[in-house]
Design a protein around this ligand. Structure first.
Ligand SMILES: NC(=O)c1ccc[n+]([C@@H]2O[C@H](COP(=O)([O-])OP(=O)(O)OC[C@H]3O[C@@H](n4cnc5c(N)ncnc54)[C@H](OP(=O)(O)O)[C@@H]3O)[C@@H](O)[C@H]2O)c1
Length: 285
């Protein structure tokens, strides 16, 4: 029986990933911060998928103790982890800090996937074919803003969210390359746009000035649709989790249509990789 852990799966795209994988008979472990929402999601996934093996873990991915608590809860219940899907993401409206004093998008989008993977490595290594899947997002920038990692210079709304997703890609790609001979794989996918709490919380001010006139169009294409667009956006994660031919494939990037595409040059850049690797490791130790 394959065990899948999906972060931020009490709603949005994560819940749709959970439903699809539950339909295939996997044991699904979902995480969220809110117990009530989480329990409602478990019931819904069980009912739609006809699979009762759905577990809920409560923890805030923005803090170190939230992450370690999730790992403790998981290891208490399960001996192995087959698939780890880093789906939870954050796009704040303004500059916010986590309880550990880390810029919130950086904490949730970069630190959490890295630290969670690191702490779950021994569980992953107990699987025959462990897979780590990272959900990216935003308009991936061409350049890493090395002097603005935690928005020290300026917070730029959606552009800062996109920078944090770029940084997640750099760190997780570096993780894949440092573990190229290990049994676990690490791949990245882009889900495509979906109507979720995240997109519904985007404000006009989060858009770059020049793009603000298209805000009404964005609002229109992200109006609530009962999970329809989120279901579509779950496909690339489900593909990476299930495709047999990807068994030994690591360090790759897939678009919303599940097609492999080139990783941006600034993700492959060895200088960026080394810099962020050290930066992130210094923060978590
Ligand atoms: N929606 C899009 O158009 C789009 C486009 C490209 C990429 N993406 C990416 O796709 C992923 C999923 O996005 P989504 O739109 O489905 O997001 P969403 O609807 O906002 O996701 C909500 C899920 O994340 C959990 N969550 C939020 N903050 C958390 C935290 N600090 N700790 C633990 N759990 C947390 C929520 O549960 P609780 O509230 O209970 O904590 C819920 O389960 C993200 O990585 C996002 O960046 C989305």
């Amino acid at each position: 029986m394959k065990i899948v852990l999906i972060t931020g799966a009490t709603g949005g795209i994560g819940k749709q990933i959970a439903i699809s994988l539950a339909k295939l008979g996997f044991t699904i472990v979902i995480t969220g911060r809110n117990k009530e929402n989480g329990e409602a999601a478990v019931t819904e996934i069980q009912k739609i998928a006809g699979n009762n093996n759905i577990e809920l873990l409560i923890g805030d991915l923005s803090s170190f103790d939230g992450i370690t608590s999730l790992v403790e809860q998981f290891c208490h219940k399960f001996q192995k982890l087959d698939i780890l899907i880093h789906n939870a993401g954050s796009a704040t409206q303004k500059l916010l800090k986590s309880k550990n004093g880390i810029e919130l998008n950086f904490a949730i989008n970069v630190i959490a996937p890295f630290l969670l993977t690191k702490l779950l490595l021994s569980s992953l290594k107990n699987s025959d074919n462990p897979r780590v899947i990272c959900v990216t997002g935003g308009d991936i920038p061409k350049k890493l803003e090395i002097d603005n990692i935690q928005c020290e210079k300026v917070f730029k709304g959606l552009a800062s969210y996109s920078q944090s997703k770029l940084m997640m890609m750099i760190v997780m790609y570096e993780l894949s390359q440092q573990n190229i001979n290990e049994k676990f794989t690490v791949n990245i996918c882009y889900p495509g746009q979906a109507s979720t709490i995240m997109t519904q919380s985007v404000t006009k001010e989060m858009f770059p000035k020049l793009m603000q006139p298209i805000f009404p169009i964005f609002k229109m294409i992200t109006k609530p649709d009962n999970g329809k667009s989120a279901q579509k956006a779950s496909k690339s994660s489900v593909f990476l989790a299930t495709k047999e031919s990807l068994k030994d494939i690591t360090g790759k990037y897939y678009n919303k249509k599940c097609k492999e595409i080139k990783l941006p040059a600034c993700v492959l850049d060895i200088g960026n990789r080394k810099y962020l690797w050290n930066y992130v490791n210094n923060l978590i130790t």
